[in-house]
Structures are given as structure tokens and as C-alpha cells.
Design a protein around this ligand. Sequence first.
Ligand code: ADP
Length: 490
Amino acid sequence: MYIVMIASECAPVAKVGGLGDVVFGLSRELELRGHAVEIVLPKYDCMRTDQVWGLQPAYHDLWVPWDGGAIPCTVWFGFVHGRKCFFIEPHSSQAFFGRGTYYGFWDDAERFAFFSKAALEFLLRTNKRPDVIHTHDWQTALVPVLLYEVYAGAGLTDQRVCHTIHNFRHQGVTGPEILRVTGLNRPEYFGAPDRMGDDLDHHAINLTRGAILYANFVTTVSPHHAWEVRHTDLGCGLGHTLHQHQQKFGGILNGLDYEMWNPEIDPHIARHYNAASIEQKAGNTDALRDRMLLRGGRRPVIAYVGRLDTQKGLHLIRHALFHALEHDAQFVLLGSGSEHGINEDFSHLKRRLNDNPDCHLEIGYDEDLAHLIYAGADLLVMPSLYEPCGLTQMIALRYGTVPVVRAVGGLKDTVFDWDFSERPRQLRNGFVFEHADQHGIEFALSRALGLWRHEPALFRELATQGMAYDYSWNHPGRHYVDIYEFIRHR
Ligand code: ADP
């Protein structure tokens, strides 16, 4: 098949979060399976051009109809770690992608609506006729709408769209003028409650809702989250729409990049190991303690790595830290938040615990240190309030670090409780709790610490069972191919 990804991010050239990892990882997997993949991205001024090989203009004078006129664009081409990427650079005074950062502007909806339209115009003008177009999140949610309402009539007749929603909290809710600038017009038609009208703000247009209606298939990033967004308020107002379209909606777990996250060859860790040599992991625990100035001795190390965001269950992370200290365990945290208040709180906690030999908090983003923590810790906590997929627990499993997680979203799909899971004993890989309160996490943590302390052989067995799971792109890649095949022949 010939597949075109249209997205606002692709790691490592333009990455803000997990979306970028998925676009890159899935594209590589599809290519390994013999499909032709091209990725269309905006040409941001702030993107990592050092991660692009052979970047050069490939198409001049792409005129994209916009706001009653047209904006000329240059389309660049280059390889991002082997992936074929096209970058669209508009030339207009609005400098849509020349603003120093990726998101966060008052006209974000217009910026990415323009990108969505430009991507389709590019396919049309260059006679690219992919079997499937795969779009991601609200930024490219207008692609399926524009395809069927505008571009099918112009020549993109046979193209099918799969749209993936990575985060339901951001849906691209914007004013009706978006219809005018894109040339869709007809606000009474598109803005109707059963089309792109927003449930909560009746004057607004909801781009993600448009994608759900118009795409041939819609996915989110784990099976359990697909259930949650239909049956709980985690759908953020889209539950009803998803219900109506449930025959074309499903959850597919994200994959993990098994080359980047591999304790056998990871250049950032002190000792390499695999499931058969998991005792070598202790060398990484020592290195981690050295680096974080923690004392040695026979104590388990509990870690948290991730964004400091209320989504992640911050009060429970804090509780886990104090629980660890009270129970002769050690705690390391690596995280940063986008909210000043949250960073301040954790910096305050860091100062308070500065001299504690069993605990270290690192407030910031540090890729190298993250690798050492995954390799050196015994347990990793992830008490998220919601978690569409979650990569951190999968990385922990890969590194033989036992995850202690709340039973939400992708965490529920990937971690199976040592004591209570319905799975056979040899397929259990962590500790899981239900309620987002102190009792919940304490119960899971005390079981984990008990096993570590009193049944070290069993704890090691649990850790190696986690390492045996395959959360690479292998399975998700196959699922996406099945979906593409399914929609291609409809
Ligand atoms: P989310 O997408 O909600 O941030 P995920 O668990 O899906 O959470 O992905 C988080 C990824 O970001 C993991 O690869 C994790 O290692 C990495 N990460 C998060 N915070 C940091 C940090 N402060 N330093 C290094 N890596 C981080």
C-alpha cells in the first residue's frame, strides 16, 4: 500500500510529545512491512533540521487557496532517519510556521487548518494518489473533511482516511470563520450539532468531531481508552459522537521504539543486560545512586519519570515518595511541568528533601538520565488520573523495572497485577490499583515492596516476565495495516 501520514509532529525533527514518536515509529514499521510511506509536515522554523538528511526544495509554487485568495508555498523534501518527509513552507505575512515554537498561538486552529489544506493541495498537484491518508489529532482533523467536501471532486477520489486521536482534551474548537478561510463556507451546514458544531459551545466548530464524521476509520491509542472515551467523561464531549460511529472506531495500543529503548545496547546506561542477565541491572542501580547522591545498601529504588501534570496523579506521586521513605525504600523523580505552580511545588519539595540520602528529585527534562533511571530503578510508579496509552510503563517493562500503575487507559491494557490479575501467573508483570487515592497506591506499593523484600526470587521472576512482553511496533503495525486494508476496499 501507499500511505501518506499528514501530521503536525514527527520525531525527532519536530517533536513536542508522544504524537511525534507515534508518527515516526508507525511509519518505520509500515515500511518494514513493505509499504510505501511518505510523511507531510509543516516546515517550522524551529524544527531540528540537523535531523533531516538532504533537505532541499522539491516543489515550488504550490498555490493553496486561502481566505478568498491563495498563499504560495515551497515544499521541501528530506529523509528523517530514513523516513521520506515533505515539509510545507507557506510564504505569507502570517508566518504560520515561523514563530519559534510549535503550538500556543491564538490562531493555531487557522495555522493547522492551512497546513491540512496545503497537504491535500500538494497531493493533488503532484499527482500523489495514496491508498490511505493517516491523520493525527485536531491539527490535521480537517483533512478528511476537506478531502470529501472539496478534493474528492478535484481528483482525490479514491483516497481513504484513518484518523488517530491521541488526546481528547485538545479537539480544535474554534470559531466559524475557519469555514470561510478554508473555503468550506456554509456555516449553517457544517456548524450543525450533528456535524462539526461543538456540544459545549454552540457557536463553535469542533475540528475533531469533523474528523470522526468524515474519516473512514478513527482510532485512539489503546483499547481501554477507546472504551473510556465512549462511556466516561474522558471523551470530553465526544462520547456520543463516537457512540454513533462506533462501527468505525477502535483502540490500538501505541508501540515503543525497541531500538531506542533496549537495555542490551543502550549507550546511556552503566551495564547492559537482558532477561537472562537481569542481575546486571544492579550495576545500573549503583550508577543511579552515585549520580543522584543516594546511599547504598539493600533498599529498593522507586522511580517516577514523566511530565508533572495533574493528569499524572501528582498528589499520589508525592504520596508514593513519602511512603517509600517511611518504608526504607528510595525514591527518584525526573519530571518537569508546563505550569509554573506545579514546578514550584516540586522544587520546594526538592529543597525540603535535599539532604535526604534516600531521595532525589530532578526537575527538568533529561533524556539520558531517563534511560539510567529506567535501568537502575526496581519499581516505577504511574498513578495517572487518565492515560490514553502511556509509554513510560512500557519502557519500564522493557528494562525489567516493575510498574506500579493505576488501572486506567493504556495502563490497564499493558500492566497485569501480580496478585489479582485474571491472567495466568507467568503472564503477570506489575502491580495495579483502581482508586486514585492514598489507600489505592499504598496497597499496591506495599505489596510490591513486600515481594521485593521477602521474596526476591519471585520479584525477579516478575521483572523478567515484564521483559518478555512485546510492546514494540510489531503488533500495532499489523493492526493498522488491517485497518488500512479494510477501508481501502470499501
Ligand atoms: P505523555 O505522552 O503523557 O507525556 P508517555 O508516558 O506517553 O506520557 O510518554 C512520556 C515519554 O516522555 C517517555 O518516553 C518519558 O521517558 C519521556 N519523559 C517525560 N518526562 C521526561 C523528563 N522530564 N525527562 C526525560 N524524559 C521524559
